[in-house]
Design a protein around this ligand. Sequence first.
Ligand code: HEC
Ligand code: HEC
Ligand code: HEC
Length: 127
Amino acid sequence: MYDGGKIVVGLVVFIGVVTFPLWYRQASGEALRAPEPKIVTDAKECVAPTDYMRASHQAMLNEWRDLVVRDGMRVYVAFNGQEHEMSLSNTCMKCHPNKVEFCDQCHNYIGVVPYCWDCHIEPKESN
Ligand code: HEC
Ligand code: HEC
Ligand code: HEC
């Protein structure tokens, strides 16, 4: 009825499968390197505090899109009092024109591919 041996074997196999990505990368010598998005602008601050941007920029972009498209608003007053046009290409990509070294660094790492560039103009890489 109750077979402890089989349970243990099952558990070992299960843990092996679940942690496979970790030990496989270590065994194959591929480092678990966190993405390092490169800041190229001379500006010191983003349109919101860095922690907020890191965690919630996608929500902010949705909010900006809705405000522009539904409410016809265009100006965003940032936390530091600076005014910005609420625009993906004209604002975010002005300070972060290095999409490959910046946005894609993180997105490739976690495997998201925002579809925004089907319509919005992607910056021409300057570097
Ligand atoms: C005025 C220039 C400027 C604009 C406009 C701007 N950013 Fe930034 N952004 C920065 C700077 C400078 C930093 C780094 C701040 C720091 O080091 O604390 C940054 C940081 C970030 C980060 C965090 C990066 C990290 O290392 O974790 C994200 C994500 C980000 N920006 C996305 C965006 C998006 C999306 C937009 C448009 C909604 C935008 N930024 C608009 C200048 C800008
Ligand atoms: C510090 C890492 C980091 C940087 C830099 C970064 N992103 Fe992201 N981005 C993420 C993460 C993590 C997610 C997924 C969040 C989630 O699934 O909730 C994401 C999701 C998004 C999404 C939503 C995509 C979807 O399919 O849900 C958009 C749009 C986006 N990012 C735009 C940008 C743009 C534009 C830039 C460059 C100006 C940028 N991001 C830079 C980490 C980053
Ligand atoms: C099917 C085409 C299409 C796709 C895909 C798309 N957009 Fe848009 N977006 C538009 C159009 C059209 C407007 C209105 C342009 C205007 O009024 O300036 C707009 C406006 C916006 C605006 C405000 C105006 C501006 O200049 O940026 C933001 C922000 C925005 N979209 C973000 C996004 C983000 C983030 C994504 C991806 C997650 C995305 N959009 C995907 C078509 C698209």
